[in-house]
Every structure is written in C-alpha cells, then in structure tokens.
Design a protein around this ligand. Structure first.
Ligand SMILES: Cc1cc2nc3c(=O)[nH]c(=O)nc-3n(C[C@H](O)[C@H](O)[C@H](O)COP(=O)(O)O)c2cc1C
Length: 176
C-alpha cells in the first residue's frame, strides 16, 4: 500500500539521508537501474515542487535519464528494511548498471510507480516520482575553485561534469 504524503513534511528525513546515500531509479525501455546519490536539492521553482539531482556524464544513469526524462527517488525510512537499504546503497554506489543488474544483486523489490515509468523500491519506502522539466550541464570552469577537488581530470585533461536534472515531483508517498 502507498500512503501519499506532503513531501515537504518529510524534507528533514530526505535531506538528512542524503549524505550517506539515497537511490535514484531510472528506466529506458526494459532496462531498470538504481544508483546511489549523495547530492540533491528539494525546493520550489516555477511554483512547482522540484527535486534536483546531479549526475556525472560518465554514469549509466545519465544515459538512461537522457533517454527517458523520468526518475524515482527512493529514501531509506523506518527500521524494517534499514540493513537491506544500507547494503543496497553500497552496491548501487559502487557498480555500474552497464554490466550489473544492481536491483537483483541488492535483493530489492520493485513496486510499480503510479505516474512515471521507473519503479519504486519496497525496501527504500519514502518515494518521490519525478519528471524532468529542465536539465543543464554544469561547466567545470564556472564552478568555484573551492570545489575543483570534485573534478579531477583524466590523462587528456578532461573532467567529468555533473548534469543537474530538475524533476517535478509528480507524486510522493511511503510504501507500507
Ligand atoms: C554515498 C554516495 C553518493 C554518491 N553520489 C553521487 C551523486 O550525487 N552523483 C553522481 O553522479 N554519482 C554519485 N555517486 C557515485 C555513483 O553512485 C556510482 O558511480 C555508481 O556506480 C554509478 O552507477 P551507474 O553507472 O549504474 O549509473 C555516489 C556514490 C556514493 C557511494
């Protein structure tokens, strides 16, 4: 069962969970993937509730987002699945979905979303269904020099920038 919530009532739970990791679930055609994120922004723009994620262009998740324009945010919540959620955050933050079915490897249970195509996850029950309304690459040279450490360059001097995906929160709930 899904218990619909007012997402801003859970802002503290969502933002406090971020530094240790929450999941973003994406799907293009039959391919479903979950990736750990530690950066995200909850707020309002265009008089609309928005969750923004920051995805490096090297991630498989980036490819899926470019193809589909939808994502689901899955946040650990409650004690029941805490250890499973922790394990999933480790797996989904250290392997790529290009060559792994991370959802199966983490033993996660897919639950159909109500509005978007990517599924929700039973074991990370605090759920935000999001539709991308704007995206923008963040040019590394325009970011404060204080944060340059986040952008090491490869042998050719090329960094791995983030793309900010602004997701309209079209539905939010806790899976019970
Ligand atoms: C705690 C934690 C937070 C992370 N946060 C982000 C993030 O906000 N953005 C990002 O691009 N990668 C982040 N990563 C790295 C990706 O989760 C990791 O590279 C993952 O394997 C990419 O999966 P994919 O190729 O299936 O998309 C984070 C990893 C961890 C462990």
């Amino acid at each position: 069962m899904k218990r619909e919530i007012e997402v801003f009532d859970y802002a503290g739970e969502i933002l406090r969970a971020l530094p240790t990791g929450i999941l973003v679930v994406t799907q293009a055609e039959e391919c479903v993937n979950a990736m750990t994120i530690g950066w995200g922004t909850l707020g309002i723009e265009w008089s609309t509730k928005i969750f923004t994620i920051y995805i490096r262009e090297s991630r498989f998740t980036y490819e899926l987002l470019e193809r589909s324009g939808e994502f689901v945010i899955s946040v650990p919540y409650g004690d029941q699945y805490a250890s499973k959620a922790k394990k999933a955050i480790g797996i989904c933050g250290s392997r790529s979905g290009r060559d792994n079915d991370k959802i199966a490897q983490a033993g996660l249970t897919i639950v159909d979303a109500d509005i978007v195509q990517p599924p929700a996850l039973k074991e990370l029950p605090l759920t935000l269904e999001c539709r991308v309304v704007f995206s923008q690459q963040q040019p590394i040279k325009e970011i404060s020099s204080r944060f340059k450490k986040f952008y090491p360059t490869d042998a050719e001097g090329i960094g791995d920038p983030h793309v900010a995906y602004y997701g309209e929160i079209v539905k939010s709930y806790i899976i019970e």
